[in-house]
Design a protein around this ligand. Structure first.
Ligand code: CAA
Length: 380
């Protein structure tokens, strides 16, 4: 067993950290305040090769591993969780299912453009009436000549309105429940596709979250992803990896909050000495650092397992569960270390605390992660 990063992983971490500090961090507070998405940052990520980290070069990627990818999401999220999830949704949720289940034509047409950042991707599973119970979706897809005609709407779509390509799930055979779900690749310009309401959110405010609407949306049959009826499995397998991307986001948010709190504890003096010299604060920092390290190890392990081709669904659910809860706890404690100043927008910790909350909710609530882990334990 070897816990050291390879030279390539270290190089990617340094590259992303420099990019995050120099290009992403300076505008993070302003983009959060104004709920403003900056496509230029996505384009810059593409120039660095981040939009296609784990895909082979023939599909526009840089041929690195999943550990490098989660390190990238972590480093971005250390300064801006919105930028972290932009990459995570693009790569784990939209590109991964095309890489894994797409045919050669779909990979050449979509995966390559996604990997090179010429297209941005998104994923549409959740509906107003089906969140945790994903199989209860109502969006339908009916074959009509060379097309499928989709009707329904999806909500809480990360990268919604900004993405060029959406991987969307719809019911092709209602009588067979989850076995009647199919997956489709939808381009934003397909007739009958539109973007609906944009959510106003507590956190990750510079990452757009929207509704998408399919109203007699015509999707060429060649854009069916995988086989008809294979959609639910594709959705679940996609989330297996996606959840580890969210774990990485949570680790990054928590680390950003710890770094800020540690610096502050060294500078801020009360009772004639730095507050960090008092155990009330230093013990807090120690607990925060320990839980972050445990979260990071779970996250890196799940990514490593995916690269090695061994099962990682349970480990990924565990990493999201633990890292999400840790991010919420650590960011709340970071605000506490800052006291009254932490509650203001003068420091970044209140943003980290607002951003952390979503990591316990999306890509399956942490209650659903427990369900997934429990089912897998009992099936072993
Ligand atoms: N891999 C492969 N197959 C899987 C699987 C997996 N990880 N999980 C389930 N399946 C298969 C099962 O084997 C079963 O197949 P068979 O019928 O052939 O045996 C089938 O799927 C149904 O499985 P379950 O009976 O376990 O399904 P369920 O209806 O009880 O639901 C669930 C299981 C885990 C609760 C699932 O519905 C779920 O994950 N819910 C949460 C959904 C979610 O995470 N949504 C987030 C959307 S993305 C997002 O957040 C927005 C964003 O943009 C970031």
């Amino acid at each position: 067993m070897n816990f050291l990063l390879t030279d390539e992983q270290k190089m990617i971490r340094k590259m992303v950290r420099d990019f995050a500090n120099n290009e992403v961090a300076p505008t993070a507070a302003e983009r959060d305040e104004e709920e403003k998405f900056d496509r230029k940052l996505f384009d810059q990520m593409a120039e660095l090769g981040l939009t296609g980290i784990p895909w082979p070069e023939e599909y526009g990627g840089i041929g690195a591993d999943y550990l490098s990818y989660v390190i990238a999401v972590e480093e971005l999220s250390r300064v801006c969780a919105s930028t972290g999830v932009t990459l995570s949704a693009h790569l784990s949720l939209a590109s991964w299912p095309i890489y894994t289940f797409g045919n050669e034509n779909q990979k050449k047409k979509y995966l390559k453009a996604l990997a090179e950042g010429k297209m941005m991707g998104a994923y549409g599973l959740t509906e107003p009436g089906s969140g945790s119970d994903a199989a209860a979706m109502k969006t339908t897809a009916v074959k009509d000549g060379d097309d499928y005609v989709l009707n329904g709407s999806k909500i809480f779509i990360t990268n919604g309105g900004m993405a060029d390509v959406y991987v969307v799930f719809a019911v092709t055979s209602p009588e067979t429940k989850h076995k009647g779900v199919s997956a489709f690749i939808i381009e934003k310009d397909f007739s009958g596709f539109s973007v609906g309401k944009k959510e106003k959110k507590l956190g990750i405010r510079s990452s757009p979250t929207t509704e998408i609407i399919m109203e007699n949306c015509r999707v060429p049959a060649e854009n069916l992803l995988g086989e008809e009826g294979e959609g639910f499995k594709i959705a679940m397998k996609t989330l297996d990896g996606g959840r580890n991307g969210i774990a990485a986001q949570a680790v990054g948010i928590a680390q950003g909050a710890l770094d800020a709190a540690t610096d502050y504890a060294k500078e801020r003096k009360q009772f004639g000495k730095p507050i960090g010299s008092m155990q009330g604060i230093s013990f807090k920092l120690a607990d925060m650092a320990t839980k972050i390290e445990a979260s990071r190890l779970l996250t890196y392990q799940a990514a490593w397992r995916e690269s090695e081709g061994v099962s990682y669904g349970k480990e990924s659910a565990m990493s999201k569960l633990f890292a999400g809860d840790t991010a919420m706890e650590v960011t709340t404690e970071a605000v506490q270390v800052f006291g009254g100043y932490g509650y203001t927008k003068e420091y970044p910790v209140e943003r980290f605390m607002r951003d952390a909350k979503i990591t316990q909710i999306y890509e399956g609530t942490n209650e659903i992660q427990r369900l997934v882990i429990g089912k897998m334990l009992l099936a072993d």
